[in-house]
Design a protein around this ligand. Sequence first.
Ligand SMILES: NC(=O)c1ccc[n+]([C@@H]2O[C@H](COP(=O)([O-])OP(=O)(O)OC[C@H]3O[C@@H](n4cnc5c(N)ncnc54)[C@H](O)[C@@H]3O)[C@@H](O)[C@H]2O)c1
Length: 433
Amino acid sequence: MDSLIQKIDKKSARLGVIGMGYVGLPLALEFCKAGFDVTGIDLDKKKIESINSGKSYIEDAADEDIQKAIGQGRLHATADFSVLSQLDTVSICVPTPLRKTKDPDISYILSATQEIAKYIHRGQLVVLESTTYPGTTEEIILPELESKGLKVGVDFSLAFSPERIDPVNKQFNTRNTPKIIGGITTKCTESAAALYSKAVDKVITVSSTRAAEMVKLLENTFRAVNIGLVNEIAIICNKLGMDVWEIIDAAATKPFGFMPFYPGPGLGGHCIPVDPHYLSWKLKMFNYNARFIELASEVNTNMPYFVVSKVSDALNARKKSINGSKILVLGAAYKKDVGDVRESPALDVIRLLKEKGGLISYNDPHIPHLHEENMDMSSIDLSNYSILDQYDCTVIVTNHSSYDYQQVVDCSSIIVDTRNATRGIISDNIVKL
Ligand SMILES: NC(=O)c1ccc[n+]([C@@H]2O[C@H](COP(=O)([O-])OP(=O)(O)OC[C@H]3O[C@@H](n4cnc5c(N)ncnc54)[C@H](O)[C@@H]3O)[C@@H](O)[C@H]2O)c1
């Protein structure tokens, strides 16, 4: 019988992806494009139906790619985990959120692992892709998978390979973003590298699953801390009466030793505000306080309050208050051109403005409805920008590229621009962060 690596080389290996979200669906499609048969497993029946009927639900997966993969008989989605008994590899792409206490919630990883453990068999490769704290693969997944009597590195392989996807990034995608891989044993690393090298251009192996877990947390902590720094610089520039955007643009002309990060209304998305807390939580077990992470988090989570103070000042300058003013929030997504509101600072900005008595509406071409905790709103129609003159203030929270910012400026009474979306437009009704 062929070994796993031989099956991978011949493209006869049957692959599985658990969790068909922002990470899992593009990964499954990339495996299909590489010539493999892939089964996507998810608990969400709507996602299964959508995939099997050739319709995408995320920006980074095109309908045509799904339809092509289904037409070639390469892609199939199911909620039935028993299919795992026939799969040679399984990549786990389930969520890793935080609990309300900011402690890691690895329950999704656990439940996926328990399902895999029921069907684990000789020759199978299991790869965790979900972002998590160093030690998860070895301390949580490995004992569960070995509990059925099979031995890692001998009977089956286990590795960690962090997903690095950046939704709607036009330059870097699953294929051309290098992939880090660390296995429990050398054989595990080799098996995982053999698989991923068929679907991504470059694979980099590291010494262990812990090292691979830590690489991802360094990357995301680096972003969270640098964004925290630049958000603090925005507050400092504000106190000194300077334009932070001008300062960053000028500093970014230095060809070495400086990398521009930009301030904003706060962190959003499933990764940057969440992942560094996985690391600081782990370090608490060693009686160590990860100070940069905590400080950056403090600065970043305060940014929505800073935005609200800007709105308050802007209205005050026109003898108005937030209380009773009609305020339009432009953009609800956590970043431009995506339809994802997870951890979006727009939710905090809306909530805080409402608490102060503001009459808040929002528009987001990607998010028709906001059904969040204590929030049930629908996006207003912005096909005609003249509607903006009905509002006392427009707050740009997400800089979607579909907006016509000249029209936003021309039709709004005051604009609080948290993203420098109105860059290059000169008007005295623009207030920048
Ligand atoms: N979204 C990103 O930009 C991004 C980037 C890099 C890394 N990551 C990491 O990748 C992981 C997945 O993130 P995502 O954004 O794809 O999440 P997601 O919420 O978009 O998708 C996760 C999917 O897993 C499914 N699921 C949950 N529990 C399951 C289970 N037990 N069995 C089967 N399916 C299950 C959900 O129904 C959902 O469809 C997270 O750890 C995240 O931190 C995300």
